[in-house]
Design a protein around this ligand. Structure first.
Ligand code: DI6
Ligand code: FE
Length: 413
């Protein structure tokens, strides 16, 4: 850093990162939007310039605190657009059962699975949830994450869903990061419902969801549409209630079987449909039509040893945007690394380097409905950057268990 000058003309502090290689991900450029000798200028937490160093407007020059990146790469800060990060305890014992031959569905039907995390979350205080979640959030931050989505769905009653979402919001005050919250009341049937699905959905749409919305605790509403969870008709009721409250929707769709739930999500204009291993071409075309992002979760695919891959070729052919996320959760994806998620997306799903990097930046922002604010290096957006000790972008995808992050910048800090 050179001296900390103040931009007198603008009256506020300007920071300049120069001698960098940029992967801007700006949609006006092809591929990663590479600028070989680039610079990024930041003022008031926002990017004011990202482009060739030789073309920096004079007003950002000489008046700035300047950092020489020595040729390092700068990407947008990483975005994890699908996590269940707030939970209590863990499910290592179920992992052992599965190693002895049980399937995820068998464990779930035998009273384990999501419901065992519901018991644990209900027993934990909000403070305890924050305490247990911080190390997971810190792992994501250590790899350059600047925005993380967190779902509820282990509370399954108003008090406990509220507790989980409040804990998620608190994480965003404990750390320099944007937290986007999602209400996932339709994750599993709570034990006290005693199998009465209709009463639980009634309570969700008439009591729990409206209260969560009124308190401003959720940015979006999600559901789990699956044989072991909720049917398309049940999800449709939740989505109708969400839309009536002005909340966007997204869906765990076609993960273990094809219930045509990607098409259901598209019908409700969902921000994203997630998992999608079993989605057919009609579902892909419906997503393309609706502009619904395909959020791919290779960590869950890997961990439950799924063999059916999501239809990546069809997403490409029909122009469906693809995001990549960790699905960080105690049951099917105890993963807190977006770098590893990218490696898995490439190795297991055959996504290419550009798709993987776009999947944890621009397309993840699109999946959260925040592309206007972050996800690319463009003037006007939040100054969310990741600076890497790498020679070429492919290294971010190629390595396994190695973190080349040099510096992370969230809103200019
Ligand atoms: N799909 C998943 O992969 C996770 N939730 C979901 O709807 C699993 C969550 C868990 O097993 O705790
Ligand atoms: Fe999930």
């Amino acid at each position: 850093m050179n001296g900390a000058n103040i931009d007198r003309e603008q009256g506020s502090h300007v920071r300049l990162w120069c001698n960098a290689r940029l992967a801007t991900l700006a949609p006006v450029q092809a591929g990663l939007g590479i600028i070989e000798r680039g610079a990024v200028a930041v003022q008031d937490q926002r990017i004011v310039y990202a482009g060739p160093e030789s073309e920096i407007p004079a007003r950002w020059r000489g008046v700035s605190e300047e950092a020489d990146c020595e040729g390092r790469w700068i990407t947008p800060g990483l975005i994890d657009c699908h996590t269940h990060l707030v939970y209590a305890d863990n499910r290592a014992h179920e992992f052992e059962l599965r190693l002895q031959g049980a399937t995820y569905e068998e464990v779930a039907r035998a009273g384990g699975g999501i419901v065992s995390s519901v018991r644990a979350l209900r027993a934990a205080s909000e403070d305890e949830l924050v305490r247990q979640t911080l190390p997971r959030l810190d792992a994501l931050i250590a790899e350059g994450a600047t925005t993380v989505e967190i779902k509820s769905g282990y509370g399954l009653d108003l008090a406990n869903e509220r507790k989980a979402l409040r804990a998620a919001h608190r994480l965003g005050r404990e750390r320099p990061i944007d937290i986007r919250t999602t209400f996932l009341g339709a994750h599993a049937l709570p034990p006290e419902a005693l199998g009465d699905r209709k009463s639980y959905i009634d309570r969700l749409v008439t009591e729990i969801l409206p209260a969560i919305a009124a308190e401003g605790l959720a940015d979006a509403v999600d559901g789990f549409c699956e044989g072991i969870a909720f049917s398309p008709d049940e999800i449709a009721r939740v989505f109708e209630a969400a839309r009536a409250l002005g909340l966007p929707v997204k869906l765990h769709a076609d993960q273990l079987s094809n219930l045509h739930s990607a098409a259901l999500a598209a019908r409700f204009g969902a921000l994203s449909a997630d998992h999608l291993e079993h989605t057919d071409e009609a579902g892909v075309m419906a997503m393309a039509e609706a502009g619904t992002v395909a959020t791919l979760l290779p960590g869950a695919f890997y961990f439950i040893r799924e063999t059916k891959r999501p239809p990546i070729e069809l997403f490409r052919r029909h122009g469906v945007a693809m995001a990549v996320a960790t699905d960080s959760n105690p049951g099917t994806s105890p993963l807190t690394s977006l770098l590893l998620a990218m490696n898995m997306a490439a190795t297991l799903f055959k996504m290419n380097v550009e798709e993987c990097i776009a999947g944890v930046t621009r397309e993840a922002a699109r999946a959260l409905g925040v592309l206007g604010e972050t996800g690319t290096l463009e003037a006007g957006k939040w100054a969310d950057l990741a600076i890497w000790n790498i020679e070429r972008p492919a290294e971010l995808v190629y390595r396994i268990g190695f973190n080349p992050l040099k510096q992370r910048v969230w809103r200019g800090q």
